[in-house]
Design a protein around this ligand. Structure first.
Ligand SMILES: Cc1cc2nc3c(=O)[nH]c(=O)nc-3n(C[C@H](O)[C@H](O)[C@H](O)COP(=O)(O)O)c2cc1C
Length: 167
């Protein structure tokens, strides 16, 4: 199995490379993966856009996708994973979620506006708390307004455990 990824602002790429290094697997961007055989077994990783894992459809058409991972800006939770699984069904492949980050300066203004629309009410309620914001809420507000990264090696644990059974 090899890792194939799509990444717009770099967070998914970071995870893909981290995973490839620790699991000693080859890592290809979807563009680089053009030369791979059609039936190649692939673990696909892609950024979330409006709930959809970017690139997963191309990956499923071209390769034998054994597992899928969506990388988004929301914190990881069972609810995030359930929603993801419903919107991105891949036959016979488990689905994983990793919290990546948010890089407003690296996306175009239309996409930035789309995300800002979705996060508006949360930003507003955090701002309204003023000095009553907890340190965690302050971090969350900074993240939504200025961006930041939650990429961490520890988050790969569930994927690595699953991969051990695949080898
Ligand atoms: C237009 C747009 C839509 C997005 N939709 C979601 C979403 O539905 N859920 C989510 O968790 N993150 C969403 N994000 C955030 C990205 O998935 C997140 O920044 C991710 O880490 C980007 O990965 P990348 O750096 O590999 O491109 C969205 C970002 C953009 C620009």
């Amino acid at each position: 199995m090899v890792i194939v990824y799509r990444s717009n602002t770099g967070f998914t790429k970071e995870y893909a490379e981290m995973l490839g290094k620790t699991e000693k697997m080859k890592v290809y961007s979807l563009a680089q993966a053009g030369g791979l055989d059609k039936g190649t077994e692939v673990f696909f990783m892609g950024p979330l856009m409006a709930g959809h894992i970017t690139g997963v459809d191309q990956a499923v058409k071209r390769f034998q996708v054994k597992g899928v991972c969506g990388v988004g800006m929301s914190p990881a939770s069972q609810q995030t994973l359930d929603t993801l699984a419903k919107a991105n069904y891949v036959p016979d492949a488990p689905i994983f979620y990793l919290q990546g980050g948010w890089a407003p300066k690296k996306v175009g203004w239309i996409k930035r506006r789309m995300v800002n629309m979705v996060t508006r009410s949360m930003r507003q309620s955090l701002r309204d708390k003023g000095s009553r914001r907890t340190p965690e809420e302050q971090r969350q507000l900074d993240f939504l307004e200025k961006g930041g990264s939650f990429v961490a090696f520890e988050h790969l644990e569930a994927i690595r455990a699953w991969m051990k059974d695949q080898k």
